[in-house]
Design a protein around this ligand. Structure first.
Ligand code: AMP
Length: 135
């Protein structure tokens, strides 16, 4: 793929955005549309798509288009972007009709947190009664 500038150099505001994504990162590839996903919402900076292995009727992943390894890294580097991710998560819940019944936002972080994709993402889970504590 032409134009790769190296790992994790994603710039959401670039006109030639696809030239900056990391081929090493699955979610960067979804942002670049080189891996297909069921996109449900998109802004200039954020993408929301359905999880490929849904754990509830509503299971959407909300990600910053720019690459950050996890939620804390994103919030430290760009607090406004972190807020935009949360705002889109709320919009997705509304769109799927789970805002009234309730839903859960989850940022798995690191190995013990169960993170498997190291591009910050917010799980939006809803449509069933979610137990606590999580497993
Ligand atoms: P986590 O374990 O918190 O890092 O979450 C990663 C999530 O990404 C899991 O829930 C996976 O099911 C989901 N996932 C992995 N590959 C894809 C894909 N190609 N499209 C959509 N979701 C995916």
């Amino acid at each position: 793929m032409a134009g790769i500038r190296g790992p994790f150099l994603a710039h959401a505001h670039s006109a030639a955005y696809s030239e900056f994504v990391s081929t090493d990162c699955l979610f960067c590839r979804i942002v670049a549309r080189s891996v297909p996903a069921t996109v449900v919402h998109e802004t200039d900076t954020v993408l929301a798509f359905r999880d490929i292995a849904p754990q509830a009727d509503t299971h959407v992943l909300v990600i910053p288009k720019e690459h950050y390894a996890d939620a804390a890294a994103m919030a430290t580097a760009d607090p406004q972007l972190a807020g935009e991710v949360l705002a889109v998560a709320g919009e997705v819940a509304k769109m799927d009709g789970v805002d009234a019944t309730g839903y859960r936002l989850v940022f798995n972080t690191g190995e013990d947190g169960g993170q498997t994709v190291f591009h910050a993402h917010c799980h939006v889970l809803g449509g069933r009664n979610l137990t606590w504590p999580p497993g």
